[in-house]
Design a protein around this ligand. Structure first.
Ligand code: NAD
Length: 368
């Protein structure tokens, strides 16, 4: 059974997370930005990519695996293409810069393809689809994690892919429609949440080295004790892809597009056998709907979404949702009620804050 949660109001949690990053050496503006995007993941229900990441990000900062205060370098450029290097800056700083680069090109030319490499963890990819949609653009994002292999290919047990998310964002007159998911059966962060006493992952989300299906976070992290920062190098098993050969095929293509085409490299081992620092690669394609000459795209998309939602529910008392609807609903509810965190997650964030000389804010006692 999942442990009781500590619910932290957004106006308390967001400045606290910013304070932690600022105390660790980020400029206040960057601390605010990291906090804002981590909170965005929690607000949309993706706790796997929210403030739970704070201890790990701080550790990476201290180890020099991610750098404060970085900007993009342009490696290659044409009017409709670019390869950008994130210089291992925080993904919450590099991500918006890279997306804005693509938006500017697509606004000028009608479409653009931008490869990003060597970015620190860019978190919830839906944030980037939403950012492009807010500028009136459709966007498609293929992502990998350089040297971050966690996922076994279909039919295998050895790790070969990272969790390789794909996001498609479509702007409409009534807000964006955002599809955003990992190609692993669950995102790694969901195993992290489960390892902290949160919602368990489904059986078969993981596989043992002997090929047995599992739901045990130890397959990824090895022995788990208290609030120490989880290290996926300690587990002998792997995550599995969703949708059998289909998800495995999409994960493979993410490696080719986000890893090989951007030049950032695949999730596989760094030549020479050493695991490098973990960094995201992303190939993003931006399309301006207006430049296709099609009339009424937004209305047609909204009409179709309504038609899909009108499909009779398979079980009584449920409803058919379109991509992005669960996130929109959770965002509304959590803005109002606060962010529920597992006690171990909150304790780990507070321990990180104390190590940096900060006093954590008082929060309500856990709900049972
Ligand atoms: P998920 O399995 O929760 O799937 C989310 C997607 O499915 C969303 O588009 C959502 O709107 C849609 N959805 C959910 N329930 C639905 C329903 N009942 N009906 C219709 N649509 C529904 O997501 P995930 O695979 O666990 O990924 C979580 C997050 O992790 C994502 O934001 C992803 O970008 C992020 N991620 C990031 C990285 C990285 O390296 N930066 C790696 C992996 C995952």
């Amino acid at each position: 059974m999942a442990a009781a949660t500590t619910t932290v109001p957004v106006p308390i949690l967001e400045p606290f997370i910013s304070d932690i990053f600022t105390a660790a050496g980020c400029a206040r503006e960057e601390g605010d930005r990291i906090a804002q995007f981590l909170l965005s993941a929690n607000l949309t229900g993706h706790d796997s990519h929210g403030v739970i990441r704070t201890p790990r990000y701080i550790l990476w900062l201290q180890e020099g695996k991610v750098r404060a205060g970085q900007t993009l370098s342009v490696v290659h450029e044409t009017p409709t293409q670019a390869i950008l290097d994130g210089n291992y800056g925080f993904g919450q700083t590099i991500g918006p810069l890279a997306v804005d680069y693509g938006i500017a090109k697509a606004k000028a030319a009608g479409m653009a393809a931008v490869g990003l490499r060597n970015a620190g963890h860019i978190g919830r990819i839906g944030d980037w689809g939403e950012r492009a949609a807010a500028a009136g653009l459709i966007s498609i994002h293929f992502v990998n994690v350089q040297a971050g292999e966690l996922v076994a290919p279909y039919g295998g047990v050895d790790r070969r892919f990272s969790t390789n998310p794909i996001c498609i964002g479509v702007p409409t007159d009534q807000g964006p429609i955002i599809l955003d998911f990992a190609t692993s059966l669950v995102a790694e962060g969901k195993v992290l949440v489960a390892s902290n006493g949160g919602k368990p992952v489904p059986h078969g989300a993981l596989i043992s080295p002997e090929g047995e299906l599992s739901a045990d976070p130890r397959q990824l992290y090895g022995e788990i004790a208290g609030t120490h920062v989880r290290n996926s190098a300690n587990g002998a098993g792997a995550l599995r892809t969703f949708g059998e050969h289909k998800g495995s095929g999409l994960a493979f293509m993410c490696e080719l597009l986000a890893g090989c085409l951007t030049g950032g490299g695949t999730s596989g081992p760094i030549p020479g056998g050493k695991r490098g620092r973990i960094a995201n690669g992303m190939l993003s394609i931006y399309l301006s709907p207006g430049s296709f000459g099609t009339e009424g795209f937004s209305q047609a998309a909204l009409d179709y979404a309504r038609y899909v939602k009108a499909s009779r529910p398979a079980s009584a008392g449920t409803e058919v949702l379109i991509p992005g609807e669960p996130e929109n609903r959770t965002r509304e509810q959590r803005r109002r009620d606060g962010i529920p965190l597992q006690p171990d997650t909150w304790a780990a964030i507070c321990a990180t804050a104390r190590d940096l000389g900060l006093t954590p804010p008082a929060v309500p006692v856990p709900n049972s």
